[in-house]
Design a protein around this ligand. Structure first.
Ligand code: SF4
Ligand code: SF4
Length: 147
């Protein structure tokens, strides 16, 4: 496992992003989270990563549904799904026990628990995909306590 966000970003070719926005347009989070924002979009998270924001404590890493649509559509070969899975592992591995517990609660709520399955199932079948009980985080939301 890579030791740093930068290493994971490099392995997943985040630096090749040309900011075309295709991944955001195709991402199912736009339909599943009623107040989806650029902050948690693949492009937004990539931008924050490349600007060296502390994405390990950014709640945005927990909202991706890992469907891999963004990877399939990306013209530059960026593998955002692999990136987000890598940083999740890194965040959990580096968190204090209390923070890891908090993160696990968030992760259990959105990935890959019942809500996740229900939402993805609805999205895939085109049946009323917007789940109004789910909310995206406010801009700049973080989970504190990571290192
Ligand atoms: S589709 Fe690829 S190149 Fe375009 S914004 Fe998303 S990650 Fe960047
Ligand atoms: S893998 Fe995550 S970021 Fe990419 S399209 Fe699916 S939900 Fe969106």
């Amino acid at each position: 496992m890579a030791d740093t966000v930068s290493e994971i970003a490099s392995q997943c070719d985040l630096f090749l992003c040309v900011e075309c926005g295709k991944c955001v347009a195709a991402c199912p989070m736009t339909e599943i989270f009623k107040d989806f924002s650029y902050e948690i979009s693949p492009r937004g998270m990539i931008e924050k990563t490349l600007m060296e924001f502390d994405v390990l404590t950014d709640i945005g890493i927990w909202f991706c549904l890992t469907c891999d649509v963004c990877t399939e559509i990306c013209p530059a070969g960026v593998r955002y799904r692999d990136f987000v899975e890598g940083v999740r592992q890194l965040a959990l591995g580096r968190a204090s026990p209390s923070t890891a517990s908090s993160v696990s609660v968030v992760a259990d709520s959105f990935y890959p628990g019942t809500l996740w399955n229900t939402s993805m199932s609805s999205w895939k079948t085109g049946l009323s995909p917007t789940n109004t009980s789910l909310s995206a985080p406010a801009a700049g939301s973080t989970i504190s306590g990571g290192r």
